[in-house]
Design a protein around this ligand. Structure first.
Ligand code: UDP
Length: 315
């Protein structure tokens, strides 16, 4: 198998590269390194089945030879990143999806789009099932991300219906684990970095908003299983175990043994109040459900950040 992964030097992408190399695929990793990092794939570069192409997939890309799978994972997934780079976010979601679909069509490859729980916006249906159409403010600050992914899903379905490309769509709910950037602005790296440095944990709003966090290994397993089907409709992948952000902050404080205090900051505009995946489709289609609970996943991730911050484990 020859597998192209855009965003392959990013958090999720680098885990996918590793996983596909591990099963014997040839992997072509495409990344412009706007938020990805070479150090995420450094350990893979000595493998002769691995190739890295530095390229912005918002521009067309030609690949020589056959391709069996195209996974479009290039994206600025953190709210802080997409607020900083809204146009690049729109382009990689829209033009990047168009270009990667074109590649899949040309090579007759299976195509998998990394979509997101953000297509549900600030949801009025809870938990979120794939047949819920969402509640998105297209002109709000998060619109650049949400609408680029909604467009990406629409063009993916158009390529399926018009050109018969074998497409799939995974809607990823908050995922975490090693190789997240400490400074990417998302809640988990923020809280872990703050706890480890003894700085206050910044809870936005009153912390009553909820999220459901899925450990990276579980997500990767779901993605691989979905890729290996011919299923075309969107599939939620995430961990249904839901927690308030305030509770989450307290869990990280307890786990790290940190003496940090909690500080409250204003809630960003359009911040979804609740989020929890309904994973019954993934369960019946793929026999998939998360295996790693939050306590275990957080423990592993904290160890990763501890090493990066250069401290020994506490307690
Ligand atoms: N959040 C927070 N403190 C932070 C960063 C984020 O309280 O330092 C909150 C944020 O307002 C949101 C939740 O944590 O309600 C998850 O935010 P994140 O940026 O990780 O991603 P999102 O799930 O909103 O895409």
């Amino acid at each position: 198998m020859r597998t192209v992964i855009t965003g392959g030097a990013g958090f999720i992408g680098s885990h996918l590269c590793e996983r596909f190399l591990g099963r014997g695929d040839e992997v072509i990793c495409v990344d412009n390194l706007i938020t990805g990092a070479l150090e995420n794939i450094e350990h893979l570069r000595k493998n002769d089945r691995f190739q890295f192409i530095r390229h912005d997939i918002s521009h067309p890309l030609e690949i020589e030879g056959p391709v069996d799978n195209v996974l479009h994972f290039a994206s600025l997934a953190s709210p802080a990143d997409y607020l900083r780079y809204p146009i690049q976010t729109l382009k990689v979601g829209a033009l990047g999806t168009h270009n990667t679909l074109g590649l899949a069509k040309l090579k007759n490859a299976r195509f998998l789009l990394a979509s997101t729980s953000e297509v549900y916006g600030d949801p009025q249906v809870h938990p979120q099932r794939e047949d819920y159409w969402g509640n998105v403010n297209c002109v709000g600050v998060r619109g650049c991300y949400d609408e680029s992914k909604r467009f990406a899903e629409a063009i993916t379905m158009a390529y399926l219906r018009t050109h018969g490309v074998n497409t799939g769509i995974v809607r990823i709910f908050n995922c975490y684990g090693s190789r997240m950037r400490l400074d990417d602005g998302r809640v988990l790296p923020n809280f872990m970095g703050q706890a480890l440095r003894g700085e206050p944990l910044t809870v936005y709003g009153d912390g009553s908003q909820t999220r459901s966090f899925c450990y990276i290994d579980d997500l990767v397993e779901g993605i691989v299983r979905l890729l290996d089907t011919d299923f075309h409709e969107p599939v939620n992948l995430g961990n249904p175990s839901e927690v308030t952000i305030l509770e989450f902050a307290k869990e990280i404080l307890a786990l790290s043994g940190s003496q940090s205090v909690i500080e409250y900051r204003p809630l960003p505009q359009d911040d979804p109040k609740v989020r929890q995946p309904d994973i019954s489709r993934a369960h019946s289609l793929l026999g998939w459900q998360p295996q790693i609970d939050r306590h275990e996943g957080l423990k592993r991730t904290l160890a990763y950040f501890q090493e990066r911050i250069g401290q020994g484990p506490r307690g």
